[in-house]
Design a protein around this ligand. Structure first.
Ligand code: ADE
Ligand code: ZN
Length: 328
């Protein structure tokens, strides 16, 4: 059986989780009530049902509906604090929270500074109690277009940069071939902020090469399409670029048809660095520990395999070397 308590006790980093994707059904109902907004369903069970998706487009539509219910700084503080507590209870020592910055700013018409400050307030409340380490990865939703994302990210760069570990790319990838997002990543780099990117979640290995070569991505979220292209496998292995894999998400969004079809084992065997993340845990009825359990079951790993994945998450985090050495 899966050694739950032993895996919980391993110091772990969570590098692939979206803050807005941590809103559980009860919290979503609270948010709607607070704002006098119509919830998508009236009960926890109803929202749980609403959190079941036919595929990626339906998921994105509902994910953006959750964003719309996050409005004032205390909304952001509450969900950030809650998630860091949830992570801490699973033995997580460091969380890199992806935040859908362009979704709030460009699509939602909200200002970044109060959102950022609310998130920081919530994270600091949790960190003061538990000692958990954290940082933020504001990310872009490319369906908004490069020009819109560039403007929105300038608003991000004009505010406090202290807690930004990276800038990221999420969402659908269909505009990647027509729009040039690379100047936004170069601008971030000029400010000392590295890049990470979702790629090859539903799409091809080409997206990974594009994220690495055009965006300068230091880590790839998902990357499960990599095995179709040996040259891209070699690119990741040679450069030591990890994939932050979220098996439960991949199954929930039908990025793979079955556990047997998931490439995690083949990625590990090919020498690709892997970390495990929960992506949008309550939306996919998962937790980080359940992701370790999936890796255990789907890849037939033992406790050494669990420890290697936990260590990998810390080594590939964007935390300081001093912090990493205290966890390893
Ligand atoms: N944003 C939140 N979750 C995501 C996912 N699984 N893929 C792309 N963008 C996302
Ligand atoms: Zn993701």
């Amino acid at each position: 059986p899966f050694p739950l308590e032993e895996v919980r006790a391993l110091p772990k980093a969570e590098l692939h989780v979206h803050l807005e994707g941590t809103v559980d059904p009860a919290t979503l109902l609270d948010l709607a009530a607070r704002h006098g907004a119509e919830p998508p369903a009236d009960t926890v069970e109803g929202v749980q049902d609403w959190y079941r998706f036919d595929g990626f487009p339906m998921f994105l539509e509902r994910y953006f509906a959750v964003l719309e219910l996050l409005r004032d700084p205390e909304d952001f503080a509450t969900i950030a604090e809650r998630y860091l507590d949830t992570a801490h209870a699973q033995g997580v020592v460091h969380v890199e929270l992806h935040v859908s910055a362009t979704g709030h700013i460009a699509e939602g018409g909200k200002a970044w500074a109060p959102i950022h400050d609310g998130i920081v307030e919530g994270c600091q409340r949790a960190a003061d109690r538990t000692g958990i380490s954290w940082g933020l990865i504001p990310d872009m939703s490319p369906h908004l277009g490069a020009a819109v994302c560039a403007d929105a990210m300038e608003e991000v760069f004009a505010h406090d940069l202290t807690h930004l570990l990276a800038v990221g790319m999420g969402g659908p990838t269909d505009t990647w071939r027509t729009d040039d997002f690379s100047p936004i990543f170069r601008r971030a780099e000029s400010l000392g902020i590295p890049a990470v990117s979702h790629a090859a979640e539903h799409g091809s290995a080409w997206e990974i090469r594009h994220a690495v070569e055009q965006f300068g991505a230091r880590r790839i979220q998902h990357g499960i399409g990599v095995m179709a292209d040996p040259d891209v496998v070699a690119l990741l292995v040679e450069r030591g670029i990890p994939c932050d894999v979220a098996p439960g998400s991949n199954l929930a969004l039908h990025a793979v048809d079955s556990p047997e079809a998931h490439p995690l084992r083949r990625m590990l065997d090919a020498g690709i660095a892997v970390t495990l993340g929960s992506d949008d845990p309550p939306l996919f009825q998962t937790t980080l520990l359940e992701e370790y359990q999936r890796a255990w079951e789907w890849c037939d790993l033992d406790m050494d395999g669990m420890a290697a994945l936990a260590r990998s998450s810390i080594e590939h985090s964007l935390a300081s070397d001093a912090d990493k050495s205290t966890w390893l």
